[in-house]
Design a binder for this molecule. Structure first.
Ligand code: GN1
Ligand code: MG
Length: 351
């Protein structure tokens, strides 16, 4: 790898000599490394998964446009910087692999979070991200993954796959039983009842870099899926992840629950930033969107498990099944707390 990193660094015109590297294991799709240089600097080298991102150049075009916009509109704030080659590209293709190099920050990420203050701040970081992009011209964006958050299609694809192979299991049957309810939000987006906004589309807590000491958010990362979509799902996906009492691949399901205190903190942060622009319908379906995105992700994990783990990185053969079960457990917990969640959300909207 060292020789490869030297070559990549040279193509991106990085000064100094590579001295070492470490792999960053967060993220289920791309492969990420921190590469150290003799001048005491480090950079993030990332190999983009081109079977997931079929138009990686389009992805880099989106990232370039969005980061330039944020830098120009919000000077003085920390922003992501991707390095360019002598040809002006923010990527290279080397031995058939697609690589990019980003600036590194002295920072950390969290896969789970117990501090309500930190949860609120992470919510605010994602909410602010959406608010800042409200005037961004979405017509310049390439759709990096088609139908990425088309919940109805995701569920139907799973059910059709299972049915044509006569696969019967509790997970498939539960998803079938809630399919209509879980598809409602994405149907309303299609029908124009819910507006589309420029969204991050992958608002897991570990996609916010935090200051190592204060744990305050520094910058939102992982801009691969920035596309127009429902703003509700950025809220929902963030809540799904951060309000769980367990990690996304917890094997002991008794540990998995949806935490209302965490939800209140995240909601205050996120919705506090975006509520001024929220429509009546968005307010009404905010809580349903949390259930929907959880079922959507469960359907994606389960389909990948049935298809032999071709999409998400797995550490063991049952990994995607374990992830599915966690999401379904979480979805059931969300359903049981629906009214309390709605009260929390409506109080925030009304204040
Ligand atoms: C993937 O790569 P990462 O870990 O940021 C996935 C998200 C899922 C998430 C679940 C492009 O995100 O949609 O919610 O895993 N990203 C893509 O952990 O599919
Ligand atoms: Mg991602």
């Amino acid at each position: 790898m060292l020789e490869k990193f030297k070559e990549i660094g040279r193509l991106f015109r990085l000064k100094s000599e590579v001295t070492g590297y470490e792999q960053i294991t967060a993220g289920n799709i791309n492969t990420t490394y921190r590469v150290y240089y003799a001048n005491n600097k480090s950079y993030i080298f990332q190999k983009v998964n081109i079977s997931v991102f079929k138009d990686p150049i389009g992805v880099m075009h989106n990232i370039d446009n969005v980061t330039t916009y944020i830098r120009e509109e919000y000077p003085g704030e920390i922003s992501l910087h991707y390095h360019h080659t002598i040809y002006g590209d923010n990527y290279i293709i080397l031995d058939g692999e697609f690589w990019r190099v980003m600036c590194d920050f002295d920072s950390m990420t969290l896969d789970s979070c117990e501090s309500l203050e930190e949860i609120k701040a992470i919510g605010e970081a994602f909410g602010e991200f959406q608010r800042k992009l409200a005037s961004f011209d979405s017509s310049v964006l390439v759709e990096s993954i088609k139908d990425f958050h088309n919940t109805e299609l995701r569920i139907n694809t799973l059910l059709e796959y299972a049915d044509t192979r006569a696969i019967k299991c509790d997970e498939v049957e539960y998803i079938r039983s809630v399919a209509k309810e879980a598809s409602k939000v994405s149907k309303m987006v299609k029908e124009g009842i819910l507006p589309t906004r420029v969204c991050h589309n992958d608002t897991k807590a570990n996609n916010v870099l935090l200051d190592k000491e204060s744990h305050k958010p520094l910058v939102v990362i992982d801009l691969d899926t920035i596309m127009p979509g429902t703003g509700l799902y950025d809220f929902a996906d963030g809540a799904r992840f951060i309000c769980s009492t367990a990690v996304e691949d917890e094997q002991d399901l008794s540990k998995v629950d949806f935490d209302l205190k965490k939800f209140e903190a995240f909601s205050k942060g996120f919705l506090g930033s975006v509520k001024a622009a929220a429509t009546k319908e968005e307010k009404e379906f905010t809580v349903l969107s949390v259930f929907s995105i959880t079922i959507e992700l469960a359907s994606r994990f389960l389909l990948d498990y049935l298809q032999g783990n071709v999409y998400f990185k797995c550490n063991y053969p049952e990994h995607n099944l374990v992830r599915t079960r966690c999401q379904l457990r979480l979805a059931k917990s969300i359903m049981s707390k629906y009214d309390d969640m709605n009260k929390i959300v409506q109080d925030i909207f009304n204040n």
